[in-house]
Design a protein around this ligand. Structure first.
Ligand SMILES: Cc1cc2nc3c(=O)[nH]c(=O)nc-3n(C[C@H](O)[C@H](O)[C@H](O)COP(=O)(O)OP(=O)(O)OC[C@H]3O[C@@H](n4cnc5c(N)ncnc54)[C@H](O)[C@@H]3O)c2cc1C
Length: 497
């Protein structure tokens, strides 16, 4: 047993994009605060935030069909798409601030312009997409969206997908040139490099095993270090940014807000193209429609990616079932998360989601050839030898009791914090990394209300739209889009207003 002990203002658990973002925000708002980070792996951004573990979509609702639903009267509800887009604009503003202030450099190492497209087939879905386009393109956030059901035009936009297509079914797509591919792994590493220069103590190979409240209202963490000995570290504020590992730590904190919550792990798998000639023929993120019974995050998409200064092509993600909460987690994670206080919630969720569990297990069992069949719905002549399988990150979706019923599965992200704001955890993973800045601002608003008035001018300097709904300020949308595109080097962004 080591007797190493420290006391600090803030402890961030986990070195993923969420802790990286919160640490960076706090260092700008309260430069004198002492911040310490504990990460169980050997470096930053190795779990879900790693570039190969997620799809790298800058989720701005420009292509994801699951953010827009058809209402019973036939009209299209785009309210969720507006929220997702606004959150992404917040991230873009903060990243631009960091670049403009020279806190991070070379934005092209983490963000690249890339058209975002939605693609559907069949008369019914083409009619839906057209209606969706008509509704969205009238909204200032989505102006610039193009629609086409003309095979010639589509051949220009997506030659790899249109070539050798024999089906006579109607086909249509929308395209937004202002989409992005984001390397969240690179961004996470950049932010931790920056935090190091601001005297943030970052300890890798340090696994947080327990969290207990101390008599003076602070928190004491029991941490196993690289040599396996135990350390104890105290902080006034703790952020549990453990990704899939957050739920067990939240449970250990014992705060009432963390009770009656469970987690449902969903694994992911991508197909990666190993043939540069095929990779060169595609330049977009093309999102299709989710299969019946599939969870919303397993919408199939064919994505150009920019990783290590190289263009890649990924298809997926195929969802699957694994009881692990982290890619590097344990087979006992799921069972270990069942506690007396969430047992009924978990049982109710289990009973309700038998269909989903069956679907995920079936997905897990798919052979490579079966997965190729799904890929051929996008690339009709895709060859098996050109594609390899890649295990992606693990997501843990929140299960909780809601007005919709006991044990309801949630597909969003959720900040759970103690009433006194001394500890907060981030659960869930969708839309995920793209919304890191908004979600971490939510943590700040919930946990540091006493500082908000003093911090507001700085927050507005970093995020000019803070406190405003962009959709109600079209002139601000134009201004922000133009300036963030310039700063982040997204030169291909067409002027949209
Ligand atoms: C298949 C897939 C596709 C996705 N696609 C997208 C996308 O296209 N766009 C998008 O915006 N988002 C996407 N996401 C979601 C996004 O990846 C996550 O929301 C985001 O990376 C979560 O960041 P995080 O910092 O919370 O977690 P992580 O990046 O997982 O980091 C958590 C860290 O905490 C550490 N940790 C855990 N427990 C402990 C402990 N006890 N002690 C110390 N350290 C601990 C872990 O080792 C890890 O490094 C996707 C996710 C998946 C799985």
């Amino acid at each position: 047993m080591s007797n190493r002990q420290t006391e600090t203002d803030v402890i961030l658990i986990g070195a993923g994009i969420m802790s990286a973002t919160l640490g960076t925000l706090l260092k700008e708002l309260a430069p004198d605060w002492k911040i310490t980070v504990f990460e169980k792996l050997a470096s930053a951004g190795e779990e879900s935030s790693n570039e190969w573990n997620n799809a790298g979509t800058g989720h701005a609702a420009l292509c994801e069909l699951n953010y827009t639903a058809e209402k019973p009267d036939g009209s299209i509800d785009i309210s969720k798409a507006i929220v997702v887009n606004e959150h992404f604009q917040v991230s873009m503003q903060f990243w631009s601030y960091l670049v403009n202030s020279n806190l991070i450099r070379n934005p092209q190492d983490f963000i690249m312009p890339l058209p975002h497209m939605s693609l559907v087939q069949g008369e019914k879905d083409v009619a839906f997409l057209k209606k969706r386009f008509e509704t969205m393109s009238k909204n200032p956030l989505f102006q610039g969206m193009e629609f086409s059901d003309d095979p010639k035009k589509l051949m220009e936009w997506i030659p790899l997908i249109m070539k050798d297509r024999t089906s006579n079914e109607p086909i249509a797509a929308t395209k937004m040139d202002s989409g992005t591919d984001v390397n969240f792994g690179a961004l996470t590493r950049m932010l931790f490099e920056h935090l190091k220069t601001k005297n943030v103590d970052i300890h890798y190979k340090h696994s947080v095993d327990d969290i207990k409240r101390t008599g003076d209202g602070a928190w004491e963490l029991k941490i196993k270090n690289a040599s396996g000995t135990v350390e104890r570290h105290k902080a006034k504020f703790v952020f549990i940014g453990g990704g899939g590992g957050s739920l067990p730590l939240l449970q250990k904190s014992g705060i009432p807000e963390g009770k009656h919550i469970g987690g449902f792990p969903i694994s992911g798998l991508f197909m990666v193209c190993n043939n540069p000639k095929v990779v060169a023929q595609h330049h977009a993120k093309v999102y299709g429609k989710a299969k019946v019974g599939a969870p919303p995050m397993s919408v199939p998409h064919l994505d150009t990616r920019f990783i290590d200064n190289k263009k890649s092509l990924l298809f997926g993600p195929f969802a699957g079932f694994s009881p692990k909460f982290l890619k590097t987690g344990s087979m006992f994670d799921l069972i270990g998360s069942v506690k007396p206080n969430n047992l009924l919630t978990m049982l109710a969720a289990g009973a309700k989601n038998l269909g989903l569990t069956k679907y995920l297990i079936q997905q897990l069992m798919l052979s490579k050839e079966k997965r190729m069949e799904e890929l051929r719905e996008f690339i009709p002549n895709a060859k098996s030898e050109d594609w390899d399988m890649l295990v992606a990150g693990q997501r843990v979706q929140v299960i909780k009791d809601t007005p919709a019923g006991k044990g309801t599965l949630q597909f969003g992200t959720e900040v759970v914090s103690a009433a006194d704001g001394s500890i907060a955890a981030l659960l869930g993973a969708s839309p995920g990394a793209s919304t890191a800045v908004s979600v971490m601002l939510e943590v700040i608003e919930k946990c540091f209300p006493q500082h908000l008035k003093a911090w507001e001018p700085k927050i507005k300097e970093m995020i000019p739209s803070f406190g405003l709904q962009l959709v109600e300020h079209p002139e601000l949308i134009h201004e922000i889009r133009t300036s963030t595109a310039r700063t982040l080097g997204l030169k291909k962004l067409k002027s949209v207003m």
